[in-house]
Design a protein around this ligand. Structure first.
Ligand code: BES
Ligand code: ZN
Ligand code: ZN
Length: 549
């Protein structure tokens, strides 16, 4: 039953309302409290809690969703869990929400204290329009995005209040709610003495626990990639990266194999392009190869992921400007997202085989570094003129893609923070996908609608190939002859020279590498995108036994 509360309460009536809402508050106190009506919907009024209602250490908060009202003037529409809770507190939650005045906006939160003994703090978050569905313009499921954003905002408010545990309303989609909670609370504070308080989100109620758990695993996968990308380059060197992933996969030892290939192995593989980049650094390169065998048969054709693993990209002799160079610690984002996706696939026990390949090294200037104009030979025999040593990612990937052809893959998908031009083209809205396969594109696209971590198809025209094959000293130049024009496309055309497989996709993730404030459920920092889309894609592939030839 909905109780209407007028917004313009005269103060005496507000005091009465307060007394009715908070029966343990004396009437005189209620009048005093009424003067500060927002008392019950603030996030910093801990002193206002009645005696016996403790929060902070040991306390528990409740996060509930509310949809926008369908008709103007109506109050918020609580979710099913919100409704049930409102019943437990005799309709007080609705009354307080109405008493707050302006309707609760999408992605905003209101906190109420002292409503129920089990939950000293209740945060209500705005979910926007109910049943918004798939937005064809935005290419994502709007309900899921709204839930992720709202839950993340609410959980962060709980964290600010230093409440260690929050029960989260599934809001009609427990997976999206868990993703919002776990992604929204993540922050890299490994190296700080003062850390943010830990908040543990739990599902409120018993319905949807499987979906909740799935959401936690998806989000933890992305957080693993964020962690690796954010960590300083002196902490995540090639060998440290490989060991970290090996340790994460240790939990699934029965169907996982990890090979940490040293420089000598890379040399025997004749990966001359990769080695030419690595030799400029004092840090030895690693070729990380991981096998997840979740398929019915160990020899079922695998999905092969390849990730650019430049643990620091200074540009080499074609040195980058110093301002912002620190962000190039995340130039292993391709390796981080594909390896994290495989760790996640193993945690989900997905029924398919996946191989992950990550060429890992630093790109540094030194007496041993590549020089502009040097010519190197890739694994497939093609020669490459290194006209710009800062276009190093494609050199690593050239060799790794050749190697990827050893596995009779169902599909080869590589991810790389490859070009600044990708960021210029799409910014952080979507990962650019260059692919020779519409079948593969459809799977990636469908997966991204669900995850909200979007993809956008980019061209692989011959037009761009001509710009890298017209080269004075070698078969290929590592940059397009019109320098910056279509830089993401010439880079993709370069990679295509090392691919013969019919289902290959190159994901340029440079634009989505970091989050400022564009994705509301990620804090500022390295984004770990599009890990969840890769996981969802693998999950969908595991259900599609009919890969085209
Ligand atoms: N790692 C960079 C690309 C990058 C830039 C990633 C910004 C994330 C954010 C890559 O190795 C690079 O430097 N590419 C050059 C290519 C150019 C020299 C043709 C670039 O984009 O400027
Ligand atoms: Zn570079
Ligand atoms: Zn790079």
């Amino acid at each position: 039953m909905r109780r209407a509360v007028r917004r313009d309460q005269p103060s005496a009536r507000r005091a009465g309302l307060r007394a009715m809402l908070l029966p343990w508050v004396r009437r005189a106190d209620a009048r005093r409290l009424a003067r500060v009506l927002p008392l019950a919907c603030s996030c910093s009024q801990r002193s206002a809690l009645p005696r016996g209602y403790s929060q902070g250490a040991g306390g528990k908060a409740l996060l509930l969703g509310a949809y926008a009202s369908e008709r103007e003037g109506d109050g918020a529409q609580l979710s099913a869990a919100g409704d049930a809770f409102d019943g437990r507190v005799s309709g007080r939650l609705r009354e307080l929400l109405a008493a707050c005045g302006a309707p609760l906006k999408k992605g905003k939160a209101r906190i109420f204290h002292g409503l129920h003994q089990d939950f000293p703090s209740v945060v209500v978050v705005g979910l926007g329009k109910k049943n918004a569905g798939i937005n064809d313009q935005e290419n994502w499921n709007e309900d899921k995005e709204n839930i992720r954003a709202a839950v993340a905002v609410g959980c962060r408010q709980i964290q600010d209040l230093e409440i260690p545990c929050v029960e989260v309303d599934p809001c009609g989609d427990a997976q999206a709610a868990a993703e919002g909670a776990v992604l929204g609370l993540h922050e890299y504070n490994e190296l700080k003495q003062k850390k943010k308080p830990v908040v543990t989100p739990q599902l409120h109620g018993s319905a949807g626990s499987e979906a909740w758990q799935k959401g936690v695993i998806y989000a933890e996968g992305q957080n693993l990639a964020r962690y690796l990308m954010e960590a300083p380059a002196n902490y995540i060197t090639p060998i440290k990266f490989a060991e970290y992933i090996e340790q994460k996969l240790g939990n699934f030892a029965s169907n996982v194999k990890v090979h940490i290939r040293p420089e000598s192995w890379i040399a025997t593989q004749q990966m001359g392009a990769f080695l030419s980049v690595a030799k400029g650094s004092a840090e030895p390169p690693i070729f990380l190869e991981i096998h997840y065998l979740g398929g019915a048969n160990a020899n079922d054709s695998p999905l092969v992921f390849v990730g650019k693993g430049v643990t620091f990209d200074s540009g080499g002799i074609s040195l980058k400007p110093s301002s912002g160079m620190d962000a190039m610690r995340a130039d292993m984002g391709g390796a981080a997202t594909v390896c994290s996706a495989i760790v996640t696939a193993a945690a989900l026990n997905l029924p398919l085989n996946i191989i992950g390949l990550a060429p890992l090294c630093e790109n540094m200037p030194s007496g041993k570094a590549n020089k502009p104009g040097d010519v190197v030979r890739a694994k497939n025999g093609k020669t490459i003129q290194v006209d710009n040593t800062d276009a190093e990612g494609r050199l690593l990937l050239a060799d790794a893609l050749c190697y990827a052809h050893n596995f009779n893959a169902r599909a080869i998908v590589n991810a790389a923070t490859l070009t600044g031009a990708m960021d210029v083209a799409l910014g952080s809205a979507a990962t650019g996908v260059f692919t020779n396969s519409s079948w593969l594109w459809n799977h990636l696209y469908e997966a991204s609608i669900v995850t909200g971590d979007r993809v956008w198809r980019m061209p692989l025209f011959e037009h761009y190939t001509k710009q890298i094959t017209d080269c004075p000293l070698a078969d290929l130049s590592n940059i397009g002859k019109y320098s910056r024009a279509g830089g993401a496309c010439t880079a993709a055309a370069f990679l295509k020279e090392f691919v013969t497989a019919p289902h290959w996709a190159h994901l340029d993730i440079a634009g989505v590498m970091a989050n400022k404030d564009e994705v509301p459920y990620l804090r500022k920092g390295m984004a770990g995108r599009p890990t969840r889309t890769l996981v969802e894609f693998a999950a969908r592939l595991s259900q599609d036994s009919h890969s085209p030839k």
